[in-house]
Structure formats: C-alpha cells, structure tokens
Design a protein around this ligand. Structure first.
Ligand SMILES: Cc1ncc(COP(=O)(O)O)c(C=O)c1O
Length: 425
C-alpha cells in the first residue's frame, strides 16, 4: 500500500490535484470474479453509466464483457473502441427519435424497450432503415424487493408494468417484421445489499417472466436479469460476499418452464469499476467551528464525487414545474433530505459536504494529500461537474501501476451558431 500511496503522491506532483486514478487491472479482475459467481454460460454486460471513461469500457470489453449503453455519448465511447455494435445493448427511458436513429445508423440491433411510445419509435426507425431490430421488453414486475435503490416492484418510470403489457398484448401481435421480440429485461436496482437480495430479485424476475410468457405466448430467447451487484461507495467497507450466488442462481434458473431455453444476461457497472477508482485530493484549509466541530476543506467536492443525487442529499423541499405549452397547474415534487457533513469541498454551497464523520481517525494538516477509495463507479460523471465552473480532475488510467492513458472531462459553455445547432444532438 505504501508503494501505491507513493505512486499517487508522485502522480499529484506530476498532474496536480485533485485526480481520479483508475487501475485497469482491477476492472479486469472484478470481471473475472463476477463471471465466476454468475451462472455458467450467462453473458455479462458492462453498464457505461457507472463510468464511461473509454479506458475502463475498453478494459471491461477486453476482459470479455459486452457493453450496455443508455445515450449517444456512451454509444460513441463503445464505437470509439471498435467494439462490435451487434454486441451492444441500448437501454434506458426517454430515448429520443434522434438517438434511436443514431444508434441504428451505428449498427446497434438490440434495444431494451421501456414503453409503448419507445416501442413505436424503435419500430418506425427499424422500418425506415430496413434494419432488423431485436427488442427486449423491460418489465417492472408487480412484486417489490427490499434492499436497494428500487427501480422495479414499485411505481417507477422504468419499463412496462406487467398489467400494461398484458392489456396491450394485441399491439405485440401486430409488430412489423423489422422488429423481433427476443426477450425481457428486468432491472431491480443498484447496490442490492446482499447475496440473498440478489437471489430474491432474480427469483422475482423469473416468476414474472414465467407469468408473462404463459400469457403473452412469445417464447423468450433472452432474459436480461439486470444485476445491481454491490460494492462499497467511497469507503473501505468489506465487499458483500457473493460466493454461493452461482449455485443459487443456477438452481433458480433450472426451475424455469416457459423460458427454460432463454440465454441469461446480466448487467453490471458498480461491481466492475467501483474498486478500480480512487479520488486523490489536497487539504486546502482546516476550520474550527462551534461545538468542537472542524471543517476540512478539500480541493474536491460534490462537483467531482457523488453529487447531490449520488449521495442522496438532494434537499427535501418542493420544486414547481410550470407547463408553459398549455395552461396547466404546477406540479409539486418531494425530493430527498440533505445532511450536514464536515469534510467539505470548495464550492459555495453548504451541500458541498463529503462526510459528516466529525471524528476523523487520521490527523490532517493543510497541504496533506488524501485518497477516497472505491469511487470508480458513479464518481465523476454522476457529479455536479459544471457547478461553480471548476475544472474536472484529470483522470488517469493505470496498468501495472504505470500511467497508460490520461483524460479530462470538459465543461464550460461553448457559444453555438444557428448553423452549428443542427449538428448537435
Ligand atoms: C438498466 C440498468 N442496467 C444496469 C445498471 C447498472 O447498475 P450497477 O451499476 O448497479 O451495476 C443500471 C443502473 O442504474 C440500470 O439502470
């Protein structure tokens, strides 16, 4: 570890502070580990939303993962690696017509479908481009799950409710020959908290698929069962053991009837990249305050790590949304509560706090360099990168402890002309 710390200190000397450092060997190691605990013959996709850094996506692909993308820019990363587009899965709510077109033009042929409108848009474009497109119906099962950020089993914006699919089954029978229903996609949520929770999620997902298959009558070739495989975020906690997961999942999968022949897919972002990333920062100031509290001010904050939503610190309150397209009432929405913390960043906002742990167990002085572990997933790009217009940290990819690639995420406004507007998607 001393060697690693020394290496990080010399990186700060060379490239400045703050810095994100990613160890690509760890990305590959996690993929190998995950494959060992997933059912034999299942396919693993790396979800670029966890970290779209090209070096990381490349390491994941090199280690044998396919790629799951949810935006044109994530797709661009996958394409820049010359990753075969037929191995890319395009997912996510709110896909625009333009992005579906861009994806189809790039050669993507598998989409997860979130709604009837999404389905119609993909189908229209499949016909327009005369390209065969494979569709996974994303389903939000009726059954809730405890132990993670629930994206299914509760009313959410993700996927079809089971009843909505059954009510609309006629539409599924009338699809054009340019699209083929190949399976289902069920994603329960990120950071599922234990092996039991994951097994339970998969069990619920399989029950849901079995129900739908018997009622809708199309035999799935693919079941994308999501993942949500956990890893500690920004702390040194023990990772959750998944050592019996393969056996338990294989047993569940072997009990399938209607969907028994379907290939099994999983998606993972967090588990694959979280442990590869460390945020290195410098202590800029230490301030004493009332009641023995201390504020350690770093040169990094929620503009580089976690952001408000990533750390679940959006202040509880109301926002009003005025629909200006027609005379309608405003909508009021509840948001999450924030907490006061004492390791803070350099932004002019009390929300810029990384931790409330006032009993910091190491002594710190102004000028010290500190490292925040396990931030390779949902770190920089899940943060408020443009807030206060401070530059993003340089991101460094290492292999064998040596720098192999350097990146910078650009923020800041670029003035556009009316002509240029047309080319921006
Ligand atoms: C549909 C889908 N797939 C995969 C992921 C990646 O999840 P994780 O990083 O927990 O593996 C997410 C995260 O929100 C998601 O929404």
């Amino acid at each position: 570890m001393q060697d690693t710390f020394g290496n990080w200190r010399s990186l700060v000397e060379e490239f400045g502070s703050p810095l994100y450092v990613y160890d690509l060997d760890i990305v590959e190691q996690r993929i190998q580990e995950l494959k060992q605990v997933l059912p034999a013959n299942s396919k693993l996709f790396y979800s670029l939303k966890a970290n779209p850094l090209p070096a990381i996506a490349n390491a994941a692909a090199t280690a044998g993962a396919n790629l799951e993308v949810s935006s044109v820019n994530e797709l661009k990363v996958a394409c820049s690696l010359n990753f075969p587009t037929e191995k890319i899965l395009y997912t996510g709510p709110g896909k625009t017509n333009a992005e579906i077109q861009t994806a189809i033009e790039a050669g993507v042929n598998t989409f997860s479908v979130e709604s009837w409108a999404d389905l119609a848009c993909i189908e229209n474009n499949a016909q327009k481009y005369e390209q065969k497109i494979r569709l996974l119906l994303r389903v939000n099962p009726v059954t809730p799950l405890q132990g993670g950020l629930a994206m299914s089993g509760a009313p959410t914006q993700f996927g079809f409710e089971e009843s909505v699919l059954l009510d609309g089954s006629e539409k599924l029978n009338q699809l054009s020959s340019w699209v083929e229903l190949v399976g289902y996609h069920i994603y329960y949520g990120t950071q599922l908290d234990s092996e039991d929770t994951i097994v339970n999620a998969v069990s619920i997902a399989i029950d849901c698929v079995e129900r739908l298959t018997s009622k809708l009558g199309f035999i799935p070739q693919i079941l994308d069962l999501g993942g949500g495989f956990p890893w500690p975020f920004a702390n040194q906690n023990q990772s959750v053991s998944l050592c019996n997961m393969r056996d338990r999942l294989e047993k569940l999968l072997s009990q399938r009837q209607h969907s028994a022949a379907a290939e099994i897919w999983f998606e993972s972002g967090r588990y694959i990249t979280a442990s590869s990333g460390t945020l290195i920062a410098t202590v800029l100031d230490i301030k004493e305050a009332k009641n023995n509290s201390r504020f350690v001010v770093l040169d990094t904050g929620i503009n580089h790590l976690g952001g408000m939503s990533g750390l679940r610190r959006i202040p509880r309150g109301y926002i009003s949304i005025n629909n200006i397209s027609a005379e309608k009432d405003s909508i009021e929405t509840d948001t999450l509560k924030h907490e006061r913390l004492s390791v803070v960043g350099p932004l002019c906002s009390p929300l810029d706090c990384l931790t409330s742990n006032t009993d910091i167990s190491f002594s710190v002085n102004i000028g010290d360099i500190v490292a925040i572990p396990n931030v390779g997933a949902y770190g920089l790009t899940a943060s408020l990168v443009a807030f206060l217009s401070r530059p993003a940290p340089i991101e460094i990819a290492l292999r064998g402890g040596k720098v192999v690639e350097l990146y910078t995420l650009r923020t800041g406004h670029e003035r556009i002309t009316m002509q240029k507007k047309e080319s921006i998607k």
